[in-house]
Design a protein around this ligand. Structure first.
Ligand SMILES: [Zn+2]
Length: 369
């Protein structure tokens, strides 16, 4: 009877990711072979803890284990022999952070086996400006290969599990030894022992899976996000590839993005320019009412601070720049024509820019300084 993975790590079924990691870290340090030289019991416990962590740290495997118990992995490469030491040490970067476990490296003296990685998957995600401004969780359906339940793997007989074969050839310079990837197992060190009818030649099958992707605020068109381990699974002890998510930004009907700033073209009438107005405009966080002072000039730029896009690194936000355009009517009726003819004789209507009324180019210069 196989021991329960939660019992091995000494945690409850409801343990969080952080608790699982912490529990494993403790066991890994306690039973580490460098601390317990020659102690077979400690080594066994060390391996068991690693195996438990391998399953419980992976949301998919954990879900399978929670539902089916050890049967979920019976003969699937995790059931019988458990993990080898190289697999365990390759996990450590994840647990102890880059090189934090350096002192223990090189266990077993070289010959570390390369783990085969599943292929990456690529998808595109279309986002609205609002989603980019606020961050969003997207649930995306992907077709990915997983190890078909019931597939069993065995150590490759050609390379004895190393994934490499050494060839000795006689050349005019003497005997030469070259190591090449084993052609029987493709470098995986394992071959299929048994596979169900639905599995392909590697023991994999394609499933539809809904992957939840957390998209941070501030991303840009053309950026690529990586969801680790959500690509195709690899056969045997291999690690799953990644899911690469390309960001596509949809055009907004009213707002134009420029870096983290947004631009909005506001059109007001002659009368509104003369009398002042209050107008509602679109922003990425809903509608906002702005006040236009009487006597505003066409070309004026109103800056709404912090109403732009947050920067991806989490520090600061861009602004929303509202460009005021005074709309000139293209046709006039008789009465209107008479009114404007009368006004054009009035000195008060003659352009008379003061020093405070900057030209358009001066304003643009100010905006970027
Ligand atoms: Zn092989």
């Amino acid at each position: 009877m196989k021991e329960d993975f939660y019992d091995i790590l000494g945690i409850n079924k409801g343990a969080s990711d952080a608790e699982i990691k912490k529990a494993y870290r403790k066991k890994a340090i306690e039973y580490h072979p460098d601390k317990n030289p020659g102690d077979k019991t400690a080594e066994e416990k060390f391996k068991k803890a690693a195996e438990a962590y391998e399953i419980l740290s992976d949301p998919d495997k954990k879900a399978r284990y929670d539902q089916y118990g050890h049967q979920a992995f019976e003969g699937g490469g995790f059931g019988g022999g458990g993990m080898n030491m190289d697999d365990i040490f390759s996990q450590f970067g994840d647990i102890f952070g880059g090189g934090g476990f350096g002192g223990f490296g090189g266990f077993g003296g070289g010959g570390r086996q390369r783990r085969v990685k599943g292929s990456n998957l690529r998808i595109r995600v279309k986002l609205t400006l609002e989603e980019i401004a606020n961050g969003v969780e997207k649930k995306i359906k992907v077709k990915r290969k997983i190890q078909a339940p019931g597939t069993t793997y065995k150590t490759c007989g050609t390379c004895n599990g190393s994934g490499q074969v050494t060839r000795i050839t006689n050349t005019i310079l003497g005997r030469m030894q070259t190591a090449t990837t084993c052609s029987t197992c493709g470098g995986a060190g394992q071959t299929i022992d048994h596979r169900p009818a639905e599995a392909d030649g590697q023991g994999l099958k394609v499933i539809d899976e809904t992957v939840s992707i957390q998209i941070p605020a501030g991303v840009e068109d053309g950026m690529q996000l990586k969801v680790s381990g959500k690509g195709n699974e690899a056969p045997g002890n291999g690690v799953a590839g990644d899911l690469l998510v390309a960001i596509e930004e949809q055009d907004h009907p009213e707002l134009q993005r420029e870096g983290n700033n947004l631009h909005y073209d506001l059109y007001i009438s002659f009368s509104e320019a003369a009398l002042g107005a209050s107008r509602e405009i679109d922003t990425v966080s809903g509608k906002v009412r702005i006040k236009i002072e009487e006597g505003v000039q066409s070309g004026k730029i109103l800056r709404l601070r912090g109403k732009g896009i947050p920067s991806l690194n989490g520090y600061g936000k861009g602004d929303l720049l509202v460009h005021v355009n005074v709309w000139t009517p293209k046709t006039l009726n008789k009465e209107q024509r008479e009114f404007f003819e009368k006004m054009s004789k009035d000195d008060h209507f003659r352009p008379n820019p003061e020093s405070g009324d900057k030209s358009f180019f001066e304003k643009v210069k100010d905006m970027f300084s």
